[in-house]
Design a protein around this ligand. Structure first.
Ligand code: URA
Length: 216
């Protein structure tokens, strides 16, 4: 099979999966979501970014990381030498988790049940099709799901670890966390995200040439 054929198969498999995810009713989040946020970017990229889950902006547009945190992620990707079309971006859960507080709808973290329902249905299948050479977990909930339970984001971000999904898995700080920092701390945490994205990019380039060398 040629590389072009492999790319096409991946593309069509992703589109079929996206169609199925678009009508998912496996958990209660389907009752409050506007759009399923499946993922965006290049499924043939060696690099996959996995965030936590959609918020209000993502729920409205159907695209991951489009709010303030998404803008910061785009800037950091750019400073690490990448654009969205170079990589694939998705989340551990595909629908917005929300709750009503004082009459207003606000985002909440997805529950363990919601994560345990969603991940095998969609994320694991995306990874199976895409076979990324490097996975970047954006934030602690993603790292705890993909790498290991009780992952310590501050102590262990920036380290390449083997996960059950990918030999090269690394965690980075979530841009929403960085946005909550002030002054010097904002500058240093932002730089940390750029450095981790750049390390992931370099690892993906190295792993890709290694894969080519060891194919036969
Ligand atoms: N935060 C995430 O983790 N994912 C998104 O898509 C948006 C914000």
């Amino acid at each position: 099979m040629t590389t072009e054929q492999v790319k096409q198969i991946k593309f069509f498999a992703f589109e079929a999966l996206r169609r199925d995810a678009g009508v998912c009713i496996a958990c209660g989040l389907c009752q409050t979501r506007t759009k399923v946020v499946f993922g965006v970017g290049n499924p043939n990229s060696p690099l996959m970014l996995i965030g936590e889950g959609p918020g209000a902006n993502e729920d409205a547009t159907g695209e991951p990381f489009v709010g303030r945190a998404g803008k910061l992620l785009d800037q950091c990707l750019y400073e690490a030498g990448m654009k969205r079309h170079h990589i694939y971006i998705t989340n551990i859960v595909k629908c917005r988790a929300s709750e009503i507080e004082k009459g207003r709808i606000k985002n909440r973290a997805p529950t363990h049940e919601e994560i345990d329902t969603c991940v095998p249905l969609w994320l694991e299948k995306q990874i199976e099709i895409m076979q990324p050479l490097v996975i970047v977990c954006i934030g602690s909930p993603s790292a705890s799901t993909v790498i290991q339970k009780n992952f310590r984001i501050m102590a262990d971000r920036g380290k390449f670890l083997e996960s059950k999904y990918c030999r090269n898995t690394i965690a980075a700080l979530h841009p929403a966390f960085i946005l909550r920092q002030e002054g010097e701390r904002y500058v240093s945490t932002r730089q940390t995200l750029i450095d981790d994205l750049k390390a992931a990019k370099d690892k993906a380039i190295a792993a890709r040439s290694e894969a080519k060398l060891t194919l036969f």
